[in-house]
Design a protein around this ligand. Structure first.
Ligand code: FE2
Ligand code: FE2
Length: 216
């Protein structure tokens, strides 16, 4: 018979606090997303860790640094609503398929917004919606530019690109860390917020060390 543990029951490890349990649950959800998207086994965790490191370097603390980490884990959750035939296509996508891919930030926002904490201004839902906006306004889904884009989304955009460049894709081998950094620098001011890129460069060695299997 199953019996509930009581306070008198000795525990081998101390109980986790709720923040820690929630964070671990979001890591699980991130792994579910990664399992659906070919070649990205640790993408969501990598994005969260890189985004958090950049966030600290920019002086972000408290609940906003937690939102950043959570949004990193959940940024691609909308891919659950994208057909596998598109996500795993072994070659470049056609225009129609791209239009479908571009719906994943909006789908992701809708998935996370019911969590009251995530629906607050500039919190997780806003970051998930805007993680593919570009600093020059040429991104999607809303074509926001510069400070119109929530800061957390500008940070996740950089972290997302780094992780994506390092991963092997079905039609393209991953780049090494230095090549990825070079590409980010080249696109500072167009694709990426130059202040975010500057913060990234100040912690680039730390990031190199927190990413597993980085030397490939
Ligand atoms: Fe995405
Ligand atoms: Fe991503």
């Amino acid at each position: 018979m199953y019996t509930l543990a009581t306070d008198a029951t000795p525990r081998s490890t101390p109980p986790k606090n709720e923040h820690e349990i929630l964070h671990q649950f979001l890591i699980s959800l991130g792994k579910a997303i990664d399992a659906k998207d070919a070649g990205t086994g640790s993408h969501s965790s990598e994005v969260a860790r890189i985004a958090e490191a950049i966030g600290w370097a920019m002086g972000i603390t408290g609940k906003e640094i937690r939102w950043l980490s959570m949004a990193g884990l959940l940024h691609d959750i909308g891919k659950i609503g994208i057909p596998d035939s598109i996500l795993s296509k072994p070659g470049p996508l056609n225009d129609e398929e791209w239009e479908i891919i571009k719906t994943h930030p909006g789908k992701g926002e809708a998935i996370v917004r019911p969590v009251e904490e995530f629906g607050k201004k500039k919190s997780v839902a806003d970051i998930v919606r805007h993680h593919h906006e570009r600093f020059d306004g040429l991104g999607y889904p809303d074509g926001l530019m510069e400070e119109e884009i929530p800061l957390g989304a500008r940070i996740v955009a950089v972290a997302d690109s780094i992780s994506t460049m390092l991963q092997d894709r079905p039609y393209q081998a991953g780049r090494n860390f230095d090549e990825a950094m070079e590409e980010i620098l080249v696109c500072a001011g167009t694709r990426y917020d130059p202040d975010v890129v500057e913060a990234l460069m100040s912690v680039r060695e730390d990031i190199k060390h927190i990413l597993p299997g980085i030397d490939r």
